[in-house]
Design a protein around this ligand. Structure first.
Ligand code: 3HC
Length: 295
């Protein structure tokens, strides 16, 4: 099994916002990165945004020009899981669906080298259950990054029931190599951060739904009243309302307490396709004036 220092080749699956941010971090830390997505347009967008982000850092003097260009060169786009056969660590950041992730883990288990560590960037799906789809559960672990990964300072590491101490230690030092602070969670629904964050976001939806205040006042209240960089409704739009709803459902099903039951307004927004910033409309509208749609 690879130790942190030996993690030289990293496979990242999913070229969305999280996957490209993770690929950028690994490349900047000196790893050879294999960025996998079946959608070639998504890969092109990811490479463009990673290059722009690294060049912005170079322009600000946080990275030398040479290190920036070398990091970009270290990223290779690939389109099949077989291309990840030489990776020391694979981090998946695909759709938040347990069956889809399990199928991927079965495939990864077959094609990656026996020493490879398999990590999931899941927001809330059980690492133990993903690990049980493989014949190497001691080498499966959760590596939960926060959006935007290049900026957010945290990685939440989740130990599945069988994750070994060696794998935990290797992933912890690798995360520190990426410049992140690490916290460790046992494998219970929502782990640490989403277990606390999502009920707050849900409560903000209840406040809006029951007419306590406007979305702007709820967000301004939490921004200025508690020094959060974004209000909870703005943050929900940023994360994706579908992601928030799916995490709340995992919390509700897994912990069995009604306090996690998603607010009907959040459910209705997701049903209506108002998924947040990525769709141009969520609680707020983007590219236009703020939405004045009333619950
Ligand atoms: N990639 C790289 N850099 C980025 C970026 C991105 N996607 N977005 C912003 N930045 C950089 C900007 O270049 C800027 O850098 P500079 O200060 O050196 O010039 C800096 O971040 C600040 O950006 P802006 O001035 O454009 O905007 P803000 O000051 O409003 O900051 C924010 C944007 C960093 C996103 C800030 O609003 C924030 O921290 N929001 C909260 C984000 C958060 O809570 N994320 C976690 C969500 S939960 C999660 O991800 C878990 C999941 O499981 C649900």
């Amino acid at each position: 099994m690879a130790t942190a220092g030996e993690i030289a080749a990293v496979g990242v699956i999913g070229a969305g916002q999280m996957g490209s941010g993770i690929a950028q971090l690994a490349a900047a830390a000196g790893c050879a990165v294999l960025l996998l997505d079946a959608d070639s347009a998504a890969l092109s967008r990811a490479v463009a945004s990673i290059s722009a982000s690294l060049r912005r850092l170079a322009a600000k003097g946080q990275l030398s020009q040479a290190a920036c260009e070398d990091s970009i060169k270290r990223i290779r786009c690939v389109s099949t899981v077989q291309d990840l056969r030489d990776a020391d660590l694979v981090i998946e950041a695909i759709v938040e669906n347990e069956d889809v992730k399990k199928k991927l883990f079965v495939e990864l288990d077959k094609i990656t080298k026996p020493s490879a560590i398999l990590a999931s960037n899941t927001s809330s799906i059980s690492i133990t259950r993903l690990a049980s789809a493989t014949k190497r559960p001691s080498q499966v672990i959760g590596m939960h990054f926060f959006n935007p990964p290049p900026i957010m300072k945290l990685i939440e590491i989740i130990r599945g029931a069988d994750t070994s101490d060696e794998v935990f230690a290797a992933v912890k030092s690798f995360s520190e190599r990426l410049g992140k602070t690490v916290i460790c969670s046992q494998d219970y629904p929502g782990f640490i951060v989403n277990r606390i964050l999502m009920p707050m976001i849900n409560e903000a939806f209840w406040a809006l739904y029951t007419g306590v205040a406007t979305q702007e006042d709820i967000d301004t209240g939490m921004k200025l009243g508690t020094n959060h960089p974004m209000g909870p409704l703005q943050l929900a739009d940023f994360i994706g309302l579908d992601v928030c709803l799916s995490v709340l459902r995992v919390l509700h099903n897994g912990l069995g307490d009604n306090k996690y039951s998603p607010c009907p307004l959040l459910v209705q927004y997701v049903d209506a396709g108002r998924l947040g910033k990525k769709r141009g409309v969520g609680v707020y509208s983007y590219g236009q004036k703020s939405s004045s749609v009333k619950p």
